[in-house]
Design a protein around this ligand. Structure first.
Ligand code: ZN
Length: 607
């Protein structure tokens, strides 16, 4: 499944990177660029910049950067095709039909249809809550819960009137067919085939997807029915356990904070949100699923689980821990006093008390141990064994071997297990796992190559100065850069210059594809070499020459040091002829080095 390349190229030309990014962060014009506080890391002074001319963004703080597509991918946490789709939508460019199978296409059309009907229903329910006379029951309920107008609007709460067919009638009037209404899940079917409105006399909580489209609903009874909450069934637009309530509104705050508070119910998210605690997501009452955790993991790797303090809440928290650990997230547990949930606690005690308790949240292992020890006597062998059995699976689930050992030791201490043989046995029983593989994968991703000062400065100058490229590149020899981590960029520049290609982000990205060094491109392109504007071109050439000399000096130094050991080997083996040849080379190189040294000195100081 992919879009034609010609379309992507067209879109790139038409999409205005400033306008697209403006949708997410408030940009201010500064010189040729636009600046803002970075949406990807926490900061007070803006270091995030967008260049409409270069068609890239770059953060001088956290070094994220790239094209408009990279920005949307990072911000929305979507794949490249998804980013293309979003940029096209934002830029008003019609999408061509992707090459894909017809079943997928049909499902997508059906999903869009369900969302369309959901939108109609939600608009109508919102109106009912705002102004219908019957809606007063819902307005009173919200007042009782101290939910403000502003919060109600942010979450688009609604009221479904107590009627068997008011919504269906409204949808038919808007032009929906009976089949469409049946497929939407907004109605339920009786056995004899007749259908009726699913949500009646209920406060409506819309569940949005990550882009803010209503995909399903939860309804809370306002009439004291047995079913306190009912939810939409699965439809073409909604698969249970794939979404988190509120994430469309809270994801940016989650990313900024670097952690998420995971709660259970609608109000457990809405109330903290109203109190200004906005790095929260709700698992929607159902047991947390691996899909939900994967979604969450796109925005933060640390999770504070804050479920209800009652027995059911504790059990749900324990299940959640296992799923979170399996996805390698860092987990803490917050249990509020007296079995309260976040909604109750905040309205009673306020935000600062909540923040304090959140800061003191337990490591999950301590929570699990506490739960295992509760009501058991560790002096009783049977009780002790039961406690061990309860705790060990949670340690086994930890992926990092180092952390696994640490938690194991904590558990052994807490459960008062001192017998060395038993300890060793238990450790063996949990050690088998996938920890090693996970760790290797992680460190590989973080590996970063750091160019030298001379290399970086030379590239910055060459990338931003066309004239310099024309005069300097022909002087470079492949040997000057072949062994540098940035060799692929130098080669791209030389090739590009020879072919007469436009040296821009796109061109360079293509040429460095698959090479980790390509991550450096935005920073190199955004750099403004010192004094570039007022310097005479002569001065810039001199600067470039100094960098080249510094690179050559490094090469010579490396070769001299190699020669030294080669000469020692030749000496030991009695190869006098070889030794003399190498020595001659060494002398020549040392002379060359002396010539380069003064010219490259300026660069060395820079290091
Ligand atoms: Zn940043």
């Amino acid at each position: 499944m992919r879009y034609p390349q010609t379309f992507i190229d067209d879109l790139k030309r038409q999409a205005d990177i400033v306008r697209v990014i403006q949708d997410y962060v408030q940009l201010k014009k500064k010189g040729a660029n636009w600046m803002a506080c970075c949406p990807f890391h926490k900061e007070k002074t803006p270091s995030f910049s967008v260049s409409p001319v270069k068609e890239i963004f770059y953060c001088f703080g956290c070094h994220k950067g790239g094209s408009v597509f990279n920005f949307v991918m990072e911000m929305e946490r979507v794949s490249f095709p998804e980013a293309i789709k979003l940029v096209a939508e934002k830029s008003g460019v019609p999408l061509p039909i992707m090459v894909d199978d017809s079943r997928f296409q049909a499902r997508r059309l059906e999903s869009e249809e369900v969302i369309e009907l959901n939108k109609w229903a939600l608009d109508w329910w919102e109106q009912q809550l705002e102004s219908s006379s019957e809606g007063i029951i819902a307005r009173d309920y919200l007042k009782g819960r101290e939910i403000t107008e502003e919060t109600r609007k942010a979450f688009r709460l609604g009221y479904a009137p107590d009627s068997w067919d008011a919504l269906s009638t409204h949808l038919r009037q808007k032009g929906a067919s009976q089949e469409q209404i049946d497929r939407s899940g907004l109605v339920a079917r009786k056995e004899e085939g007749r259908s009726y409105d699913r949500f009646r006399g209920r406060l409506i909580f819309p569940v949005m997807d990550i882009q803010g489209k209503p995909i399903a609903f939860g309804g809370r009874t306002l009439k004291d029915e047995d079913a306190k909450y009912i939810n939409s069934p699965e439809t073409a637009a909604y698969v249970k356990g794939r979404n988190l309530f509120g994430l469309n509104l809270t994801r940016d705050e989650i990313r900024r904070n670097g952690f998420v508070i995971l709660v259970e119910g609608f109000l457990d998210l809405i109330v903290p949100y109203q109190f200004g605690i906005r790095n929260v997501a709700a698992s929607l009452g159902t047991a947390l699923t691996p899909d939900q955790v994967k979604l969450l993991g796109r925005f933060a790797r640390k999770v504070v689980v804050n479920y209800d303090g009652d027995q059911a809440g504790v059990q749900a928290a324990k299940k959640a821990i296992e799923i979170l650990l399996a996805e390698d997230l860092e987990v803490k547990i917050l249990v509020l006093p007296d079995g309260t949930d976040p909604d109750e606690f905040l309205r009673k005690s306020g935000a600062s008390d909540y923040h304090r308790r959140r800061g003191e949240a337990q490591s999950y292992i301590q929570f699990v141990i506490d739960q295992a020890v509760q009501g058991r006597k560790l002096s009783n062998p049977a009780d002790k064994e039961a406690a061990i059995d309860e705790v060990l699976p949670y340690i086994r689930a930890v992926r990092s071997r180092l952390q696994k050992r640490e938690y194991f030791d904590i558990a052994m201490d807490s459960l008062r297990i001192n017998d060395v043989t038993l300890k060793r046995e238990l450790w063996h029983s949990i050690r088998a796992g996938i920890g090693e593989r996970a760790r290797v994968g992680q460190s590989g991703k973080q590996a970063q190559v750091k160019p030298t000062v001379a290399e970086q400065k030379l590239l910055e100058m060459l990338l931003t100065d066309r004239e310099l490229r024309q005069t300097v590149l022909p002087k470079l020899e492949p040997g000057d850069y072949d062994e540098l981590p940035t060799a692929v960029i130098f080669r791209a520049l030389v090739d590009g210059e020879r072919e007469g290609a436009a040296i821009d982000f796109d061109f360079l990205t293509r040429k460095t594809e698959g090479n980790p060094i390509s991550e450096l491109l935005p920073s190199l392109l955004m750099a403004e070499p010192q004094g570039q504007e007022n310097d005479q071109s002569e001065g810039r050439h001199l600067d470039a020459q100094r960098c080249i000399d510094a690179l050559r000096l490094m090469n010579v130094d490396r070769r001299i040091s190699d020669l030294r050991s080669e000469i020692a080997v030749a000496e030991r083996n009695g190869e006098t002829e070889r030794r003399d040849r190498l020595s001659t080379e060494q002398v020549e190189l040392t002379r060359r080095r002396d010539g380069l040294l003064p010219r490259a000195e300026a660069m060395q100081i820079g290091q």
